[in-house]
Design a protein around this ligand. Sequence first.
Ligand code: NAD
Ligand code: MG
Length: 395
Amino acid sequence: MRLTILGATGSIGVSTLDVVARHPDRFQVLALTGHSQVDLLAAQCKQFRPSYAVVGSATDAQRLAGLLRAEGLRTEVLHGAEALVRVAALPEVDAVMAAIVGAAGLPPTLAAARAGKRVLLANKEALVMAGAVFMADAQRAGALLLPIDSEHNAVFQSMPHDYAGKMARSGVRRILLTASGGPFRTASQEILAQVTPEQAVAHPNWVMGRKISVDSATMMNKGLEVIEAHWLFNAPAEKIEVVIHPQSVIHSLVDYEDGSVLAQLGNPDMRTPIANALAWPERIDSGVAPLDLFAVGQLNFERPDMRRFPCLELAYRALKAEGNSAAVLNAANEVAVAAFLERRLSFLGIAGLIAATLDAVPQGALPDLDAVLEADRQARVAAQGILARMQSAST
Ligand code: NAD
Ligand code: MG
């Protein structure tokens, strides 16, 4: 199987290459992309010898090309958003790992779907922004969408599959998405008011990129995942429930009409869903240690607290509102998380900024990619304006 890995230098990208390296006869890497980590990307090119490597800027492209030439590699170096779209849709590529973080991942991920690839979907923001367009175009092109997000991969594994690998939803009562609760699961409102970026990115069970780590701390990550599940499994908001499960051993569950509940368990390591999607419907070694239930001992469950974690409620609200609301939610969240990481917004201010942006941007339909990108742009402008007013009010 010939692969393009979008976001190869990130947490998911590195885990993907770890699995790929275990199966040299099975996988061939045709393209790798990274945004600005030129040295890491150069090392990855040296190991996997792709035909193409893509970075963000012309300056970084020049530097990468120099490093690769010095190694005697013939990898062609490209840069910019157009190049990402190009390597996502190369005719000779079979599968695309979509592991760019945030809205920047939407155009190439959608391009892979439109080209009918096997799309390994980590970039949940693409579905949150453009779910209707994405699912329709993927189906039309015959793309095989395989979820990488651990919860959605668990649901996928717990659902019945027909011969074409499509989801048959017969008899499903509810989808239960598990959530660790993040680093502040038991924190009081007073503690939440003082949270620093360093505390927020230190997740108890998973090692991840900075943006998704903050999303996990606010529980917006779970909110985005509810919306992601809606699109992937064609399930209404009422049928998707969130269950706090601090051990992160059950990755999600499907509750059937007959009372059966199927779940997927494993150590919290993204190489499991990555290997599952890379090899599906077969199973391959991922490097993940076997689950030791005796060491785990207990599995606990709690109801999420929407008052302490209002981001989760905002995501349900955006999903139910339909139209452009989820795209606005996602854009406002990206602005808010970036501002929080730059210490321009408090932890509790994240939800406040998103709520105000949802109120400020008029409702609208999203018939195509251009409309999605315009809603994203509008929401960012609105969120930046609200952020500036919040800052001047607090000084
Ligand atoms: P990360 O920050 O570690 O990596 C992000 C990757 O995207 C890097 O390769 C970076 O170079 C690239 N990138 C960043 N901005 C870019 C831009 N403007 N243009 C092109 N490329 C850009 O993030 P991550 O934790 O690997 O997460 C990647 C995606 O996977 C996210 O959508 C996240 O929600 C999802 N995801 C991650 C995990 C996890 O365990 N890390 C789990 C589930 C889902
Ligand atoms: Mg997840």
